[in-house]
Design a protein. Structure first.
Length: 179
């Protein structure tokens, strides 16, 4: 990542934080202290999730997640980290590349006027040494078969399980060995 990219990322994060602060200030000026409490709780949860993401020791994947919503204009990303594993260095590149393949598959098989929501859930299965990434994508797909075909190019040794193909969402889990 170039210095200019880091500055741009910091600028965007500062902008987002200022937006949150202005909303809090607005609620306070209207005397809506209950709304302030709700907004602060949501903000604290967001920072907690970001801390867990950064503690994965997977810088490529972390940067990909943090800048995702500014890179993809018609896909909104949310994420949850359900692991205490703090060293994913060896699979960092695979995590990022796999997530990029999934994102690009959405664009290829979807409608470019549609707004998609993608939730990424990262968990570890300590019994078998895999990191599981569950991608759940909501939106209207023009060609779900194309989506499935597009994700087949993910690295060998990685297991892909497309679980649900409902009319308005797709759910798939990618398992990456990390031992």
């Amino acid at each position: 990542m170039e210095t200019i990219d880091v500055i741009e990322l910091l600028r965007r994060q500062r902008h987002d934080l200022m937006n949150h602060m202005q909303i809090l200030q607005g609620y306070l000026s209207m005397g809506k202290t209950e709304k302030v409490g709700e907004k602060l709780q949501a903000l604290i949860e967001e920072f907690h999730a970001e801390r867990k993401l950064m503690n994965l020791n997977a810088p490529e994947f972390t940067i990909w997640v943090i800048q995702f919503n500014s890179v993809y204009s018609n896909i909104r990303l949310s994420y949850e980290i359900h692991t205490e594993c703090n060293d994913l260095t060896l699979i960092d590149e695979q995590l990022k590349n796999t997530s990029e393949v999934i994102s690009e598959a959405i664009l290829r098989s979807g409608d470019d006027t549609e707004l998609y929501e993608m939730k990424v859930e990262l968990t570890t299965d300590n019994n078998n040494g895999f990191i599981d990434i569950k991608y759940t994508i909501w939106g209207t797909f023009l060609d779900k078969d194309m989506f499935i075909e597009s994700i087949k190019c993910i690295d060998e040794g990685i297991t892909i399980d497309v679980m649900d193909l409902e009319p308005d969402y797709i759910s798939c889990t990618v398992s990456i060995p990390y031992d």
